[in-house]
Write a protein that binds this ligand. Structure first.
Ligand code: HEC
Length: 264
């Protein structure tokens, strides 16, 4: 483990600085902004392919359906936009946040469901690509370009951050890997055919469309990585992955958001 990032008592800001210092040493000359591209930042060919696919995204239909869902009024005549500050524009980079009332980390998906509840509508299932998936695929694009600005303020919020951090550094599963084994220690190396992306930047662009049409949320990706670790994955939308997202998102503070992108 490298410097402050591996220490249990480092502050979130010390963690962020330590991660960035570690990656800067591994990837000299790569601008921090490029980290939002994940593994693509390390392959100019893959990045070229990405850019050309993103000119006419094959998944645009899903994003448009998400927009439709976002704009369709509830039975009471109100809409999702009414539940979010600024109609939902320029807010996604503030997620997740700590809510002291419920003593929970709140993700964007949780606030989508809160909005449905408050308006007397049925909640979406976290794993349902045709509702929760597509609505976040659209609604998060309303914050494209926004700089990630996740706050960890006060001991109760810090406790959640620490839980997420602990999960990140804990070796689990049959292979005895932690998230850090692949995305910190071995970032930039190739695992089978894939370049391992650095943790900084990993939360800025969700959902992604794998192969151009297969919508994957961040928590689905977490679960996939946990399966690859031969560990039993935590539920999407649950507290463990919410706290992990909180920790990871903090590390991406200052980076620009860009939702709904292509992944191989
Ligand atoms: C055995 C190695 C391995 C471990 C351990 C692992 N991952 Fe991954 N992860 C991958 C591979 C391979 C990919 C796909 C290539 C990439 O983008 O890094 C990936 C992708 C990701 C992505 C998507 C990056 C993007 O921009 O599309 C996230 C987020 C992620 N992992 C988080 C985690 C977290 C959190 C953990 C711990 C629970 C974890 N990973 C553990 C191998 C691993």
């Amino acid at each position: 483990m490298a410097g402050a990032a591996g220490r249990a008592f480092a502050s979130p800001e010390e963690d962020r600085a330590a991660f960035i210092a570690l990656y800067r040493a591994k990837f000299p000359g790569v601008p921090l902004e490029d980290y939002v591209d994940g593994a693509l930042m390390l392959s100019s060919d893959a990045k070229k392919q990405f850019d050309s696919i993103m000119e006419f995204p094959p998944f645009q239909g899903d994003v448009d359906s998400g927009r439709n869902l976002w704009e369709t009024p509830f039975r009471n005549g109100k809409t999702f936009a009414g539940c979010f500050a600024n109609g939902g524009r320029g807010i996604a980079g503030n997620y997740p946040y700590y809510d002291s009332g419920s003593d929970k980390v709140v993700t964007f998906e949780m606030d989508i469901n809160r909005c449905l509840r408050d308006n007397g509508e049925a909640e979406y299932k976290f794993n349902d690509k045709t509702t929760m998936g597509i609505i976040t695929a659209y609604a998060r694009t309303l914050s494209d370009g926004m700089r990630v600005d996740v706050r960890v303020e006060g001991p109760a919020a810090l406790a959640k951050y620490e839980q997420g951090k602990k999960l990140y550094f804990t070796r689990i599963g049959q292979y005895n890997f932690s998230c850090a084994s692949c995305h910190m220690v071995n970032a930039g190396k190739i695992l089978r055919t894939e370049i391992l992306s650095p943790t900084v930047g990993q939360t800025t662009h969700w959902p992604v469309f794998r192969g151009g049409d297969n919508l994957n949320t961040l928590h689905m990706r977490y679960r996939r990585c946990m399966e690859q670790m031969r560990a039993s994955p935590f539920p999407a939308g649950g507290e463990e992955l919410g706290n992990l997202e909180y920790f990871q998102s903090y590390l991406s503070n200052g980076l620009p958001m860009r939702a709904s992108v292509y992944r191989k």
